[in-house]
Design a protein around this ligand. Structure first.
Ligand SMILES: NC(=O)c1ccc[n+]([C@@H]2O[C@H](COP(=O)([O-])OP(=O)(O)OC[C@H]3O[C@@H](n4cnc5c(N)ncnc54)[C@H](O)[C@@H]3O)[C@@H](O)[C@H]2O)c1
Length: 99
């Protein structure tokens, strides 16, 4: 299991985030649109390809964290000792492409 950051939760990012959560990974979904993040936190979807139930199910796993903040939790990281907030780094973003 690994920790993945998906940057941008739109037509590409949100379905991607759902698939990665379903595959068993921890996903921080980072989006600068706070309104979108609030809707996701409430279990809602604004993308027709993603059902609201899918977002709610992802939240229930405890492995999906929508965030409008560049400070993310890394407690779900494969490195358990890093259970503190950290800024999204180039390395974290790179992990998106290396899963
Ligand atoms: N949708 C497609 O079919 C498609 C195909 C090829 C390439 N792309 C490219 O993929 C990217 C995403 O496309 P999309 O259709 O998902 O767009 P989208 O507009 O549906 O979603 C983009 C999301 O990213 C967020 N965002 C914008 N700037 C951000 C930032 N600096 N940090 C974090 N979040 C930010 C926006 O708030 C929005 O929620 C674009 O660069 C697009 O050109 C999309």
């Amino acid at each position: 299991m690994s920790a993945v950051v998906v940057v941008g939760l739109g037509y590409v990012g949100l379905p991607l985030a759902m698939r990665v959560v379903a595959a068993g990974h921890h996903v921080t979904g980072y989006d600068t649109d706070a309104g979108r993040v609030k809707r996701l936190e409430a279990g809602e979807s604004y993308i027709e390809d993603v059902a609201a139930g899918e977002v709610a199910a992802a939240l229930e796993t405890g492995r999906f964290l929508p965030s409008a903040s560049a400070t993310i939790w890394t407690s779900s990281s494969t490195r358990a000792s890093r259970s503190r907030p950290t800024s999204i780094s180039r390395a974290a973003i790179t992990r998106r492409w290396c899963m």
